[in-house]
Structures are given as C-alpha cells and as structure tokens.
Design a protein around this ligand. Structure first.
Ligand code: GN1
Ligand code: MG
Length: 365
C-alpha cells in the first residue's frame, strides 16, 4: 500500500481546483502499477470524495503524454455520451484541472499526479460474481472501443511501446533468464518451458495485423475486469478506468484480457490452482456482451480470433509476471515474496484450461 503523509497529499491536491477543505486521504484499490488514494473533502458541510493518483514513472516514462491521451479520451467519451443523449453521470472519468488548466501536477520528486471525481455507489470487482456481470463488463469495454473510433486529432501516443507485442514479451523473459540477478531461473524451469513451448504462436495476432487481416484501432489495452466500474444500483458497467494505456492496438488483446480476468473464479494470485480455470459460462457471457457493445465494429477475422485472443494474452501476462519474478520484482507491486511467481503460475493454469476448452470456445463463435 502506498504511504504518503496527509500533508504531502494536501499540498498536491490543493494545486487542483477543488471547492472544499481537504480532510483525509486513504490508500485505495488494487492496481499493480500506480499509487491510488481516495480523498475526502468537506464542501459547505457536504462530504465529497476525489481520487488522487501518482503515475508510476518507472513504467510511464512520459507522464505528460499519458495525460494528454487521457484528457483527449475522457473528453471525447463525454462528448459521445452527450451526443447519444445518455445520462452522463458516472459514465466516464472526469479529470480535475489546475488554475493553469492542466490535468496534472508534478511534485518535488518529479512524480506526476492526477485527480478525478470519485465515482460513488459503483465498484470494481476483482472476481466477477455472475454471468450478468461478465456480459456487462464486456459490453462496457466494447462500447468504449466503439466510442473511440472517431477520436479527432493525431494518433494517440504509444505510452508503452510494444505493450502487447507478445514475441517481444517472450524476448524480455529470455533477457531475464540470461541476467538472472537473484538466481531464480533454475527454480522456475517448468514455468519457463511452459512459455517456450508456446512461443511459435506468440506472433499470430501481430502477423494478422501486418497482413492487413485485422485492423489497428484505439484500444484500452488493460481490460481486466477490475478496470471498469459496475454501478451498485443498475448493475451496468459504466465507467472505464485505468486509461494510461489507451492507445493504438488490437481489439483482440482487449477481449482476450477480459477472458483472462473475468472467467477466472479465483484471484489473479491464488495459489491453489485447483480453484483456477476458465469458466465457460462466463466466456459465453463475455462474447455476447462484447458483440453487443462493439459488435458492428468487428470484422469477421476479428470475431474468428476471439477464443485464441484469450489464450494469447493470458500467456503474455503470465510471461511478464514470470520475467518480473526472475528480475527481482522490479515492475509489478508485490505484497509477498513469491507473489509474481504465484501470479505467473495462475496465468499458466488459465492458459492450460483455455487450451482444454478451445474447441468448445470456437464452436460458440
Ligand atoms: C497492470 O495497473 P493494473 O494493475 O490495472 C498492468 C497490466 C497487467 C495487469 C495484470 C501498465 O495493470 O498490463 O495486465 O497489471 N499495467 C501495466 O494484473 O503494465
Ligand atoms: Mg487497474
């Protein structure tokens, strides 16, 4: 959990335009990368919440570009919602701004901070409860992709280049094994083999894109189930979170990450692997929800690759966890020593479960 003094937090949030008095900040959420706080303000006797986040500068080396993307994307989504005469409430993140109209501030350590209106009476689920939730999160992420097809202006900045380049992610694992700074590679020979045995498939989606069979789109790139808020009252998936990696990408990696995260009945770092498997009914709900949300956008080639996408990104994220474990946990935050290895094993169990059910998954499409 991130620790910061209340005074430090106050000095940051007070650089944004907020009409109230800061009361208290508490750490919030389960992100592996940025530090998030929920802030309480008193405004004329009413308690209000805001979200304050410190962008991880090791991961996002150009936070100003990240914030340019986020600003453009949230403004566009708001415009689209208004054009569609839908209720705007809670449907997109709303950035706070400074007196100079900037949506971020830098602190004395060179860290970049941003703040959002806190979305009340809605929550992000680590593990989904039922197929209805799966349908709705897939619909929500699908709609988000559709909202962004006509984003005006230049191509968005690639905030992390090659983010979903699966072959490169495996090359990063090669490099980790070679460097092996803590001598951990020998303990994870089985996990390494698991990845290497699947290496030949890693370029499948990139190749289809290079051949022109599947298009580049603006995608979210981090569509795990807990990156969208489900409204407590309506049950609708309303508000897409974690917009730092919204950039040019392939829709299939977005759908795949929903399969990875939403069909798993256990936490991403669950160590009892008997509890970890791909739930077919959840998968079916994801397909339906995604087609409902993004449907007419998708080409036949994209639809055909939906089942494979789930497998590929799960392998990719598992590969990243494994490489980070070997590297000594320099990227993903951990709360216990073997957590990244546990996460990797969990992902590989998911890959194996998807492989077992691949025929059924394909039939469904
Ligand atoms: C990170 O920030 P968070 O926890 O939503 C990571 C994703 C991984 C995910 C795995 C910028 O997402 O790519 O899929 O962990 N984000 C970044 O849980 O690397
Ligand atoms: Mg997140």
């Amino acid at each position: 959990m991130p620790t910061r003094s209340q005074k430090e937090i106050a000095s940051i949030i007070n650089q944004f335009i907020v009409y109230g008095d800061f009361l208290v900040a508490v750490p919030f959420g389960f992100g592996h990368v940025n530090d998030t706080f929920q802030l309480t303000f008193d405004q004329g006797g009413i308690r209000l919440h805001y979200t304050l986040q410190k962008i991880n500068k090791n991961v996002f080396t150009d936070p100003v570009k990240v914030m340019e993307n986020v600003d453009r994307v949230t403004a566009h989504v708001l415009r689209k919602i208004r054009e569609g005469h839908m209720e705007t409430r809670k449907r997109t993140l709303r950035l706070l701004r400074t007196e100079e109209n900037k949506p971020y501030v830098f602190d004395g350590n060179g860290d970049c901070w941003r703040a959002y209106v806190f979305v009340e009476h809605a929550r992000a689920y680590e593990v989904l409860e039922d197929t209805d939730q799966a349908f709705r999160i897939a619909e929500g992420f699908g709609e988000f992709q559709k909202q962004l097809i006509d984003l005006p202006g230049d191509r968005l900045t690639e905030t992390i280049p090659d983010f979903h380049n699966t072959p490169k992610r495996i090359e990063q694992l090669d490099a980790a094994i070679k460097a092996d700074p803590l001598g951990r590679a020998k303990e994870v020979a089985r996990e390494i083999d698991f990845v290497m045995n699947r290496r030949a498939e890693a370029a499948t989606l990139l190749k289809l894109n290079q051949e022109g069979a599947i298009p580049e789109r603006i995608t979210h790139n981090d569509t795990k189930a807990n990156n969208i808020l489900i409204d407590d009252l309506s049950g609708n998936a309303l508000c897409v979170l974690d917009l730092d990696t919204v950039m040019p990408g392939l829709s299939l990696y977005d759908f795949g990450d929903m399969v990875r995260s939403a069909t798993n009945p256990a936490d991403e770092d669950e160590i009892n692997l008997d509890k970890v498997f791909m739930r077919m009914d959840m998968y079916e709900a994801l397909v339906k929800g995604y087609l409902q949300g993004a449907g007419d956008l998708l080409t036949a080639a994209e639809k055909e690759m939906l089942p494979f996408a789930g497998k590929l990104i799960t392998l990719e994220i598992g590969t990243r966890f494994l490489a980070d474990y070997i590297n000594g946990d320099t990227y993903f935050k951990i709360q216990r020593p073997t957590q990244n290895l546990d996460r990797a094993r969990n992902q590989f169990k998911m890959v194996a479960s998807i492989e077992e059910q691949m025929d059924k998954m394909k039939k469904l499409i």
